[in-house]
Design a protein around this ligand. Structure first.
Ligand code: ADP
Ligand code: MG
Length: 319
């Protein structure tokens, strides 16, 4: 069995442009689960991770509206809530799809924390927008009340909260999941780990950890998880068939089998969107540079073919 980490993007969980209802998510996840079940039926030892951007956005907004009556939790708590919410969705739909494919597995979502460095430069220059747009007056109030950083987005006419996006340093639950897989539990279970990159925590002087209001890029976390679990393959599932050069221009060309050197050249040349395709390309490069066998960026319809090397942007390591 090949140990594979599949990282699901937003589009695999909730359709873009919908209302964000639970039933929409169930329908979408049902489709995603069918694709994932095929990979398990093909003999892969599957581990899953996923993004959480829209879900955290909704939870933060809910908390904001409920504030007069129910105290709003810190943002990192919303991160933990989203791991539960999406973990439930995956557990329900994937276990059903696996049973139908006659490869039953227990789907086990794990609440995960990811250590970040308190001195990460992103804490001094937060960039990742979260939540809705505010007026200038609201922005002043929120800054005074919560100490948030808010930035004006002139093009879209409003102010938005921005939070840091520090690099993930260590996945705290890694030793437990690694031991479970090495004992053979991957034959009977599918673990769902580091949803939304995991809840960001920083190490404290007393040896404990403290949650921080930040977002961890799920693709960066995926590279860390794939290494920690010694996965042979990292698959990033998004809403485009792969990484392209000339994206959004008439000369667009999808990359298929590509060397790490060539991919790195395109990355440096700015071919990949910052905060979208860029982190995926960085994640696959980091994975193969640190001993990973193979990494693929693909979309759900191409997933099975990508696992056979017939679709997606694929980079191979030297191992
Ligand atoms: P996910 O939720 O899967 O992480 P993202 O929106 O973060 O999805 O990233 C996927 C998006 O990256 C694509 O929909 C595409 O619009 C964008 N993108 C930016 N640059 C490129 C590129 N060079 N090739 C392919 N997609 C790109
Ligand atoms: Mg993304």
């Amino acid at each position: 069995m090949t140990r594979v980490l599949v990282a699901l993007g937003g589009n695999a969980i909730q359709p873009a442009g919908g209302r964000g209802t639970w039933s929409e998510a169930v329908r979408r996840m049902r489709r995603t689960a069918r694709g994932l079940a095929r990979t398990v039926a093909a003999g892969q030892e599957l581990v899953l991770t996923h993004g959480n951007g829209p879900q955290v956005g909704d939870l933060v907004r809910e908390a904001e509206l409920g504030e007069p009556e129910v105290p709003a939790p810190p943002m990192f708590v919303a991160g933990a809530e989203s791991e539960g919410e999406i973990g439930l969705l995956v557990a329900q739909e994937l276990s059903a799809a696996l049973a139908r494919a006659r490869t039953p597995r227990v789907v086990v979502p794990v609440l995960c924390r990811t250590e970040v460095d308190a001195r990460d430069p992103s804490f001094r220059a937060p960039t990742k927008p979260v939540g809705r747009f505010y007026t200038a007056a609201e922005a002043r109030r929120l800054r005074a009340r919560h100490g948030w950083t808010l930035r004006e987005d002139r093009a879209r006419g409003g102010w938005r909260r921005v939070v840091p996006s520090p690099r993930p340093r260590r996945w705290l639950e890694a030793p437990a999941i690694r031991a479970a897989l090495d004992l053979g539990l991957g034959r009977t279970c599918v673990f769902v780990v580091t949803g939304g990159g995991g809840v960001p925590v920083v190490r404290q002087a007393n040896g404990g950890w403290r949650g921080v209001d930040a977002v961890i890029d799920k693709d960066r976390a995926a590279a860390l998880v794939a290494r920690a679990l010694d996965c042979a393959l990292l698959v990033i599932v998004t809403d485009v068939p792969g990484a392209a050069v000339g994206f959004g221009r008439p000369e667009r060309r999808w990359l298929r089998d590509v060397s790490a050197a060539e991919l790195r050249r395109h990355l440096r040349a700015g071919e990949f969107g910052e905060g979208s395709m860029g982190p995926k390309v960085e994640a696959v490069l980091e994975f193969v540079a640190r001993g990973g066998r193979e990494a693929v960026i693909t979309d759900l319809p191409s997933l099975s073919r990508a696992l056979e090397g017939r679709a997606g942007t694929r980079v191979r390591g030297v191992r």
